[in-house]
Design a protein around this ligand. Structure first.
Ligand code: ABU
Length: 394
C-alpha cells in the first residue's frame, strides 16, 4: 500500500516552531504512544436503565433478580483499579506519560429540564467520551443520560493541555436534549427476526433528529476517520463530525456492520493495527460497499479468533460482548497490549509479527470495556498521513 504525508498537514497542524511544545497530537491508533490517559474506577455506579440503554444480567440469574442500581461495591472497584493501576505502571515503565482523571462520585441523581436518572456512571472509559484528532481534543455529545456529564473528570487534564499547548484546539460537541422523544424505545422490543429484516436500515435506539455520537464510534487512520452508525451514534452525529472535521482537512466516512444488531463503539468490531491492516470481527463483517474503500487501497482484514469466553461467561454485570477480546491498545506499529486470557488474539498477532504484551484486565470489563476503551491517547509520535490515496470511484 502507498502512504503519503497529507498535503493538508500545514493547515491541520497550524504554525510550528521549536519553541512551541507539542502536547496534543495523535493521528491514528498505532503510532508510538507518548502520552495517554488511563481511566479509574473510583466512584463508579451500575449503569441505570434509561431509554437509550437496558442493562442485562449475564448468565444464570436468581428468580426475580434484577440489574442492580447504585454504587458498585468497594471490592469490585478495588479489583478494577488494581488492573488499571497495573496498566498505568506498565505504560510508564515503557517511558509513556500516564495521566489519570479526577476522582468523581457518580452516585448522584441527575436532573435536567428534560430528564432525570438515579445515578451517573463512571470514569473507566475515557475513549467513549473524548478523542484526539490531530491537534484537536473533541468531547463527544454522548448518547446516554447517565453519561451526560462524563467529560467532567477529564476537564482538569483538558484545561492543562490547552494551557500548555498553544496549538491545541479544544471542542465540545453540542449536548443533545436526551429527552424522551430523542429515543426510539420500541428498539428494545424487536425480535431477532425483526432485527435481521431491518439490518440494513441502521435504525437503533437513538432517533435521527439531534446529532448524537460517542467518541468510541470513531477510529482514526491518519487523514481518514471512520465512524460507525450505532446505538450511540446517529446520522446527524456523523454529519456534525463531517462539518467539524472536514474543514480541518480530515475525511469522515460512515461505516456499517449490518449483522451487529446492538452496535455500540467500533473498537470491538473494526480495529486498525498498523497501516494496511485491520483486526475485524467475524460475527460483524463490514458492509460490502464500505469494505471497497479499504480493499482498493490495499488494506487487509484479519479476522479475530474466537474470544476466550462466551457472552454468558463474561462477568455477570458486564454489558459488553465477548469481543472485548479485540479491544487492544497499540503502543507502536509493532507492539500491542492485550488482555491476559485472550490467548487466541495473542497467537494471531504474534503470527503477524507483533510484539504482544499481556496484562490482566477482566475485572475492568464490567465497567464498560477493555484496554482500548479504558485509555485515551493524547500524543503519539508521527504526522497526519494519507493511507487511502485511491479515493475516487474506480
Ligand atoms: N464498549 C465497547 C463494547 C463493544 C461490544 O460490546 O462489542
Amino acid at each position: 500500500m502507498s502512504v503519503t504525508t497529507s498535503p493538508t498537514d500545514a493547515g491541520l497542524a497550524g504554525s510550528s516552531g521549536p519553541e512551541v511544545p507539542t502536547v496534543v497530537s495523535s493521528w491514528n491508533e498505532w503510532d508510538p504512544l507518548e502520552e495517554v490517559v488511563v481511566g479509574r474506577a473510583d466512584g463508579a455506579c451500575f449503569d441505570p436503565a434509561e431509554p437509550g440503554y437496558r442493562p442485562q444480567i449475564r448468565g444464570p440469574r436468581a428468580p426475580g433478580e434484577t440489574f442492580p442500581v447504585g454504587p458498585k461495591s468497594a471490592e469490585t472497584i478495588r479489583r478494577a483499579n488494581e488492573e488499571l493501576d497495573n496498566l498505568s505502571a506498565l505504560l510508564a515503565d515503557r517511558g509513556i506519560v500516564v495521566r489519570r482523571p479526577d476522582v468523581v462520585n457518580f452516585d448522584h441523581p441527575l436532573r435536567t429540564p428534560e430528564f432525570d436518572v438515579p445515578t451517573q456512571y463512571c470514569s473507566v472509559c475515557p475513549r467513549d467520551v473524548v478523542i484526539t484528532l490531530g491537534r484537536q481534543v473533541l468531547e463527544a455529545t454522548m448518547s446516554r443520560r447517565a453519561r451526560y456529564f462524563e467529560y467532567l473528570p477529564y476537564r482538569r487534564l483538558i484545561r492543562d493541555y490547552w494551557n500548555r499547548d498553544p496549538r491545541m484546539i479544544w471542542t465540545a460537541a453540542p449536548k443533545p436534549s436526551m429527552a424522551d422523544d430523542m429515543y426510539r424505545e420500541e428498539f428494545w422490543e424487536l425480535t431477532q427476526e425483526e432485527r435481521f429484516a431491518r439490518m440494513h436500515e441502521f435504525e437503533f435506539c437513538v432517533g435521527q433528529e439531534e446529532p448524537v455520537f460517542d467518541a468510541a464510534d470513531m477510529t482514526r487512520m491518519g487523514r481518514d476517520v471512520f465512524v460507525q452508525e450505532s446505538m450511540t451514534t446517529n446520522r446527524p452525529g456523523i454529519a456534525w463530525l463531517r462539518r467539524e472535521l472536514e474543514p480541518r482537512g480530515l475525511r469522515v466516512h460512515p461505516v456499517h456492520f449490518p449483522l451487529d444488531f446492538f452496535p455500540s463503539h467500533i473498537d470491538c468490531t473494526f480495529v486498525p493495527l498498523r497501516p494496511g491492516l485491520v483486526l475485524t470481527n467475524p460475527d460483524r463483517p463490514i458492509k460490502d460497499e464500505d469494505a471497497t474503500f479499504f480493499t482498493k487501497n490495499d488494506w487487509r482484514f484479519l479476522d479475530a479468533p474466537e474470544a476466550s469466553s462466551t457472552n454468558d461467561e463474561m462477568p455477570k454485570y458486564c454489558q459488553s460482548s465477548r469481543w472485548l477480546s479485540m479491544n487492544v491498545l497499540s503502543i507502536s506499529p509493532d507492539t500491542i497490549i492485550c488482555e491476559d486470557s485472550e490467548v487466541g488474539v495473542h497467537r494471531l498477532l504474534r503470527a503477524e509479527g507483533f510484539e504482544v504484551i499481556t496484562v490482566p484486565f477482566r475485572n475492568v470489563y464490567e465497567f464498560g470495556g477493555s484496554l482500548h476503551c479504558a485509555t485515551w491517547d493524547v500524543r503519539r509520535t508521527g504526522e497526519c498521513a494519507d493511507y487511502f490515496p485511491h479515493f475516487g470511484p474506480g
